[in-house]
Ligand binder design. Structure first.
Ligand code: ADP
Ligand code: MG
Length: 397
């Protein structure tokens, strides 16, 4: 008969869950990963690699590795938001004949729907391997802010991937379901979802299984990537002060081989992200990139310690941007913080202590990040997938 799974197809990370004996659980990949990078790449022979396999090729096959495709789904190439993304991205965004935003991947034009379908087909494979059963149906969570065109794009991608879509579920509603809030009476919940690319703040009303997103407000360029870039900026500033070399402008004029600027930028960003993640649990992290650049006197190394205070200082302007979408969502939902029953923090960035502190300060109350929910084991980047699995159970009755 086949199983129904709950899918969170994220900008940077995806996650899949299933109901087992009326408990939602996260399915892991063959290599034991509970989340899957939302990456697709094509090698020289045109073979496709997805997820962790694609990440392994990231540096060697940089030009043909695509990330962030969720942000392009259902959008036009002329959309100012798309153009802003294109300025930051290493690959070109091109206009399809109908004006849709497509990506030029090493000379081949690919549609976001096709790329998303590769992600979903891989998710289907992971789920089938985990369950040792066929998976035909899915509940897929999408941002509450997705319009009809974006929802249709996800629907099309599911069809290409061989998945029948049981339902599209708003991500904040999924988060609320994972906490089992739907069984309670007349609950108003704020959901802050800070992922890799965006911040979405939603006010959700829930009552005995019924739910409604009362309002949602976003900052479409405030996500983990922006934090990573801020950290890179600080590392580059300090490196410049110490060595007089600007890591953002390595020109390659040196006679010895130097890394290409794009490659170097990505290495730096990956390094910054590792430090950021470490500093969510530790108070000090080591940042090391030996032989980062060659100068006349010889190779230079990036080698330093970074503490949590320095991280928060580098990210202060970004942390300040949390407040305004929260207040705007409250106003749009005609709520005050005291009307709220819960504030839920989801998305990978919810693990950063400064984010938790800021969110608690904005709403004037404690926030929940995954612990003490019905289903989550305290992992804020798994909550949406778990909620989608819960919803599949509600649909089955
Ligand atoms: P999305 O839904 O946008 O795909 P996620 O919710 O999975 O993304 O969040 C991904 C972001 O969370 C990335 O920027 C990643 O660096 C960040 N992240 C993951 N784990 C941590 C952590 N422990 N501390 C801080 N940031 C983290
Ligand atoms: Mg997400």
């Amino acid at each position: 008969m086949g199983r129904t799974v709950g899918i969170d197809i994220g900008t940077t990370t995806s996650c899949i869950a299933v109901l087992e004996d009326s408990r939602a659980i996260v399915m892991h990949t063959e290599s034991g990963d509970r989340t899957i990078p939302s990456l697709v790449s094509w090698n020289e022979d045109g073979e496709v690699a997805v997820g962790r396999d694609s990440r392994r090729e990231w540096f060697s096959n940089f030009d043909a590795t695509v990330f962030g495709v969720k942000q392009l789904l259902g959008r036009k190439a002329s959309d100012p938001y798309v153009q802003e993304l294109a300025r930051q991205w290493p690959y070109a965004v091109v206009a399809a004949t109908n004006g849709d935003a497509w990506i030029d991947v090493a000379g081949a034009r690919r549609s976001p729907n096709e790329i998303a379908a590769h992600l979903l087909a891989n998710i289907k494979r992971v789920a089938e391997h985990y369950l040792d059963d066929t998976v035909v149906e899915a509940v897929v969570a999408v941002p509450a802010s997705f319009d009809d065109v974006q929802r249709q794009a996800i629907t099309d991608a599911c069809a290409i991937a061989g998945l029948t879509l049981r339902a599209l579920l708003d991500e904040p509603t999924a988060a609320a379901l994972a906490y089992g809030v739907h069984r309670q009476h007349d609950q108003r919940i704020a959901v802050l979802d800070l992922g890799g690319g965006t911040l979405d703040v939603s006010i959700v009303w829930i009552e005995h299984g019924a739910s409604k997103v009362l309002a949602t407000r976003s900052d479409p360029s405030l996500g983990g990537d922006a934090f990573d870039r801020a950290i890179v900026g600080m590392l580059a500033d300090d490196f410049m002060a110490e060595h007089g070399v600007d890591l953002r402008r390595v020109t390659g004029q040196d006679p010895r081989p130097v890394p290409t600027p794009v490659w170097l930028q990505q290495q730096l960003k990956a390094c910054a992200e590792r430090a950021k993640i470490q500093l969510s649990s530790a108070t000090m992290a080591n940042v090391t990139m030996p032989f980062i650049v060659n100068v006349e006197q010889g190779p230079l190394h990036l080698e330093r310690e970074l503490d949590r205070g320095q991280l928060e200082h580098a990210c202060k302007a970004l942390l300040d941007r949390l407040e305004s979408p929260c207040l705007a969502a409250l106003v749009a939902a005609r709520c005050t913080p005291s009307d709220l029953d819960h504030v839920l923090l989801v998305g990978g960035m919810a693990r950063m202590p400064a984010i938790q502190e800021r969110a608690a300060a904005v709403f004037g109350r404690p926030v929940r990040t995954g612990a003490n929910s019905d289903h989550t084991g305290g992992n804020p980047d798994e909550i949406v997938a778990l909620g989608a699995a819960v919803h599949s159970g509600i649909l089955r009755g």
